[in-house]
Write a protein that binds this ligand. Structure first.
Ligand SMILES: NC(=O)c1ccc[n+]([C@@H]2O[C@H](COP(=O)([O-])OP(=O)(O)OC[C@H]3O[C@@H](n4cnc5c(N)ncnc54)[C@H](OP(=O)(O)O)[C@@H]3O)[C@@H](O)[C@H]2O)c1
Length: 221
């Protein structure tokens, strides 16, 4: 599977790229800058033995990929996706975007007119198969390739087939259990939970994640 990560120069996108490359997928790092993309691709090749990682500007990265991840700050999601509407038509597009603000009161979930970052992405990309996932998985944990991840990944998506594609991809990361979170209307709850996890990280000086109990799907060893 050829996976593009738009904004793959940032911590979260880079971590996802490293994990997917480590799982044997072909990666193309997307960026507004070809040079920054290539520097990040070099980091992926250095981190994951035998990694197939290349680089391109966002539009070119999106064009050649089977699945496209969007890993940019919330304010950048619309300007990143709008010019790519035609390029991304028919493709699975996974947004990991969390609308957050960081004020005196700690991390807070931001209100989005469409209801969530995922619903905003689907409204822009009406001909793409949009999913949302990985909101609750920290970049630092993703980038530590020597350790399995201790986190469930809740996948919301436009239809069951799209969700299953992303669940399977998530499960290619050691320790990750992909969970079907249902339609995109549920993504807001997963996105908002990230604000709480970040506040807990600050309070307990650690990296938190989530595990859902009671599901008939075993947690990977
Ligand atoms: N960090 C985490 O642990 C974590 C965990 C879960 C979810 N998330 C979510 O994942 C997304 C990415 O997180 P991150 O920490 O990697 O973010 P980041 O480092 O702030 O940004 C990621 C990349 O987005 C691009 N970008 C930044 N501003 C932009 C703009 N105005 N217009 C277009 N592109 C812009 C940049 O790439 P170029 O300059 O190379 O184009 C940047 O390297 C966020 O929505 C975040 O909430 C993060």
């Amino acid at each position: 599977m050829r996976i593009a990560v738009l904004g793959g120069t940032g911590d979260e996108g880079l971590g996802l790229a490293m994990r997917f490359a480590d799982a044997g997928h072909e990666i193309v790092i997307g960026s507004r800058s070809r040079e920054r993309a290539e520097a990040a691709a070099e980091q992926v090749r250095a981190a994951a033995t035998g990694a197939k990682a290349s680089s391109a500007e966002n539009a070119a990265a999106a064009l050649t990929a089977d699945i496209v991840f969007v890993s940019v700050p919330y304010a950048a999601q619309r300007p990143t996706l709008e010019p790519l509407k035609a390029t991304l038509a028919g493709k699975v597009v996974v947004t990991v975007v969390v609308p957050l603000s960081f004020g005196k009161g700690g991390p807070q979930a931001e209100t989005v007119p469409e209801g969530s970052a995922a619903l905003e992405a689907q409204a822009i990309l009406c001909s793409s198969r949009v999913a949302s996932a990985f909101h609750n998985l920290s970049a630092h944990e993703l980038q530590r390739l020597d350790q399995p991840v201790d986190c469930d990944v809740i996948v919301c998506g436009v239809d069951r087939e799209t969700r299953q594609t992303v669940i399977d991809l998530a499960a290619s990361i050691p320790g990750v259990r992909g969970i079907d979170g249902g339609p995109l209307s549920y993504s807001r709850y997963v996105e908002d939970l990230t604000a709480l996890l970040l506040a807990l990280n600050r309070r307990y000086k650690t990296e938190t994640g989530i595990r859902i109990t009671g599901l008939p799907v075993p947690i990977p060893a």
